[in-house]
Design a protein around this ligand. Structure first.
Ligand SMILES: CC(C)(COP(=O)(O)OP(=O)(O)OC[C@H]1O[C@@H](n2cnc3c(N)ncnc32)[C@H](O)[C@@H]1OP(=O)(O)O)[C@@H](O)C(=O)NCCC(=O)NCCS
Length: 165
């Protein structure tokens, strides 16, 4: 039985790191929010593909917050991990840090939750492998993902059903 056919597989993760350069920054010398989103999307998609071994699309990004700026010359570090696999979708949690290479100081600057949908050869949603959390922390994230999914889909349903006058 290989990884794609086993009942449960380990939580996949991904990590990216790069130096903030002037081209990525605003007039204040801080990284652009869009650049952070770009890296978060790629890193989280990597974790999702590592789980399902399929092409994925980003269905939603929520709770992306910016707690502190990251300055030119600092490192931006993004880590992503699978929180929960649903039917064809997966929630990935991503966390971002800045690192000052000279002082070694690290700050947690952003967090986000992203939903990816796996696609088959006809670009239709396809069932992803099951994922069973093991550690207490993985189990907490697994439960929390379900609560966020309920909210996400409830909002989508309510907005699609509302009558515009
Ligand atoms: C995401 C997408 C594939 C969903 O297609 P769909 O026809 O709504 O498919 P379904 O209704 O069968 O839903 C498929 C899955 O997406 C999930 N989903 C749909 N809309 C969602 C949303 N707004 N947020 C989170 N999950 C969502 C559903 O819950 C379902 O998950 P499940 O199978 O685990 O229960 C489709 O909307 C799409 O292709 N969007 C564009 C994606 C894109 O271009 N992203 C940016 C670049 S990658």
């Amino acid at each position: 039985m290989n990884e794609t056919t086993s009942a449960f597989v380990a939580a996949p993760t991904a990590e990216m790191m790069e130096m903030v350069l002037p081209n990525d920054a605003n007039v204040l010398g801080n990284i652009l929010g869009g650049k952070v989103m770009h890296l978060v999307d790629i890193c989280a998609a990597t974790a999702a593909v590592r789980h399902c071994r399929r092409p994925v699309v980003t269905a939603s990004i929520d709770y992306l917050e910016f707690r502190h700026p990251i300055k030119i010359g600092e490192m931006i570090i993004v880590k992503a991990a699978l929180n929960r696999a649903f039917k064809t979708s997966m929630e990935i949690g991503a966390k971002v840090w800045s690192e000052n290479l000279v002082t070694g100081e690290r700050q947690h600057t952003s967090s986000a939750y992203l939903t990816f949908v796996a696609l088959d050869e006809e670009r239709k949603p396809v069932i992803v492998p099951a994922y069973q959390p093991v550690t207490p922390e993985e189990t907490r994230r697994w439960h929390d993902a379900s609560i966020r999914r309920e909210h996400r889909l409830a909002i989508k349903t309510r907005l699609s059903q509302r009558k515009v006058e």
